[in-house]
Design a protein around this ligand. Sequence first.
Ligand code: G
Ligand code: G
Ligand code: MN
Ligand code: NA
Length: 253
Amino acid sequence: VVLESDLHKSWERNEFVLHYQPQGDGQRVIGAEALVRWQHPRRGLLSPSEFIPHAEETGLILPLGTWVLETACAQLAAWARDPAMAWLNLAVNVSPRQFCQPDFVEQVLCILDHAGVNPQKLKLELTESLLLNNMDDTITKIAALKARGVGFALDDFGTGYSSLYYLKCLPLDWVKIDQFFVRDVLTNPNDATIVRAIILLARSMGLEVIAEGVETEAQKLFLAQHGCNAYQGYLLSPPLSSGQFQEFMQQRG
Ligand code: G
Ligand code: G
Ligand code: MN
Ligand code: NA
């Protein structure tokens, strides 16, 4: 368990780092998801599940979320200057508390502008914990950013209480099938049915769909046969540091 005083010090000491997990479509790499890690001085690299909930409670998620967006956009700008990576998109996770800030839209646009990044390269991943009670505000914010080209994905699709309600109400671009359904898709008939239904539902609504946690060629093939070519998971690559990601792209070049 993470101590809150520890978390605050880590912020002052710049101990956070972004990793990038590649996303594929068939044989192509289309982009990556930015995943934050905490380089703890004694405990090594900590995953977000160990500190994001604390950061949410203490409010540290706000400066951390801003830092994540700035770092991600700086990375997008660097990729855009490299012909071997210029087309890549980057997906960034947004916390509910961050999204609910009144100036969230202005903040994102300002960061994009400052980094000199084409907004179409940025994809924001929202989770269902994103406050049902302020649906109008959520829709307004998504619409404002979409008007500038920013894309939106509904993360962890199917695991929340009201997935279909979100799908009905929000002007999304992508649905991410949670790895919870992908893991046993080849052996569990219920999972297979749910995954096929999610793909059909998303595509019928004109949404793109990407599967998370794809670990085998057989899973990738099953998904592709049912209309989902975009995937993310250990089959393509685990999350990588910025330098490792560059090497990964060069090797595939
Ligand atoms: O990398 P890992 O599988 O441990 O990530 C676990 C979860 O942590 C991700 O699915 C994502 O929802 C969340 N997460 C990762 N990076 C960020 C981030 O920068 N901001 C927020 N709010 N959540 C993140
Ligand atoms: O945004 P989200 O919480 O869904 O982030 C995805 C998490 O899942 C990341 O923390 C990442 O490390 C993890 N992950 C990514 N690919 C795989 C995979 O193929 N298998 C498993 N078990 N976990 C994965
Ligand atoms: Mn995500
Ligand atoms: Na997810």
